[in-house]
Design a protein around this ligand. Structure first.
Ligand code: TXA
Ligand code: MG
Length: 367
């Protein structure tokens, strides 16, 4: 299949340029498109054959449900069996945005998107190109991240093309994603509010929104930075290997800059950095880290830095792109700097922990 890339300026999106992709979707084909979190691989959710094609192209296990992307809160509500003050509060606070709501679906919803579950996840992407595409299709789009199984989620059109060239008719390229990690998934089922995946919206923001409406419901979270590998899966997808580059991933730990640099120095002295190490560091420790490595005669094979200002956000935004870049240059080991679990730090550490922990396990394929 010949994959056509449609380049669209996200600031002034040209609807006419999107029409061929919208038509392809309406014909039952699948299309990669940008969202503010990561690129998605979309199909019209009502078209079971098209949805199955997503599973096939990604190599995604059938028991792992997909998120439906919608254009408005009014349309989002249509999927759910009921809509209460909690749903209303969360949707009005975080939709559109990097936020997915999972609740029980209406009885008549019968689609491979749910993987047979009684619940469904719906989100409203904030990206203008995603919104325009959904509008042009006139239907919600089922879309997982646009990576092949086992690869980090794509955060640019080029990264989506790397995985999907020749496998899909269209990739809509609107440049790099703003958030860089996937949406936060909240499940509100049987009176239990659970954070299933930390993402672009923090647990603190969610609690704040609920409290501001007098809704004092506890939010069940696991420590977002802890690897959940030995626990029963919460989101079905959590049991699959994901986010992982080919290189081995290590976390450069420490509560302070000094502690992180000390770990680096020790690891270099012990000769455990790997044959072709790569580093994902904040600007704040870059120079000292390079000085330490030089002193130990370690040639940094690759180095990617993120800004110190709003470091949580910057670290999360560039993580998957860095994983892919390091893999392309054949790095053996990736050393990524720890961030505290505040704000986007929770999502960043969650992805990093999974990428580093899972390499020591033989898990089934990713989603
Ligand atoms: O930001 C995002 O959410 C991106 C963009 C493209 O929107 N999408 C994304 O989709 O990350 P995916 O399929 O890669 O991850 C969706 C996760 C999976 O872990 C899946 O198991 C979980 O959401 N999920 C979907 N529906 C669910 C449900 N009804 N109950 C529990 N987990 C669900
Ligand atoms: Mg994914």
């Amino acid at each position: 299949m010949n994959t056509r890339v449609i380049r669209i300026d996200p600031l002034v999106p040209d609807a006419a340029a999107l029409i061929p992709a919208a038509q392809a979707l309406r014909r039952g084909e699948i299309v990669a498109f940008p969202t503010e979190t990561v690129y998605g691989l979309g199909a019209v959710w009502r078209d079971p054959e098209a949805v199955r094609e997503i599973f096939r192209v990604k190599g995604r296990p059938q028991d792992n449900p997909l998120i439906v992307h919608e254009a408005s809160i009014g349309r989002m509500r249509q999927y759910f069996r009921s809509w209460d003050s909690v749903a209303e509060c969360l949707a009005s606070a975080f939709c559109p945005g990097p936020f997915t709501l999972i609740m029980e679906h209406k009885e008549n919803i019968d689609s491979p998107v749910t993987a047979g579950l009684a619940t469904i996840g719906v989100r409203i992407p904030a990206h203008p190109v995603a919104q325009m595409l959904i509008e042009l299709c006139g239907e919600g789009l089922a879309a997982p991240s646009a990576n092949l199984s086992g690869r980090p989620s794509p955060t640019s059109g080029a990264d989506a093309l790397e995985d999907l060239d020749g496998k899909v008719p269209y990739i809509i390229d609107a440049g790099p994603c703003e958030v860089g990690v996937e949406s936060t998934i909240i499940s509100w089922v049987d009176g239990k509010l659970e954070l299933l995946r930390p993402g672009g919206i923090s647990a603190e923001e969610i609690l704040k929104a609920l409290h501001s409406q007098g809704l004092n419901i506890p939010l069940i979270t696991e420590d977002a930075g802890r690897a959940a590998d030995h626990e029963p899966p919460r989101a079905p997808g959590m049991k699959y290997r994901h986010y992982a580059p080919q290189a081995r991933v290590h976390i450069l730990r420490g509560e302070t800059k000094e502690a992180k640099l000390e770990q680096l120095s020790r690891s270099a002295a012990e000769g455990i950095l790997g044959s072709r190490p790569a580093f994902y560091l904040s600007e704040a420790i870059r120079e000292k880290a390079m000085w330490i490595l030089e002193g130990q005669n370690v040639a940094a094979f690759e180095l990617i830095t993120f800004t110190t200002e709003q470091a949580h956000k910057a670290a999360a935004q560039g993580l998957f792109a860095a994983f892919r870049a390091f893999d392309r240059s054949g790095c053996s080991d990736i050393w990524a700097e720890e961030q505290s679990l505040q704000q986007l730090g929770a999502a960043y550490m969650n992805r990093l922990r999974k990428a580093s922990a899972q390499q020591h396990e033989s898990l089934r394929n990713d989603y």
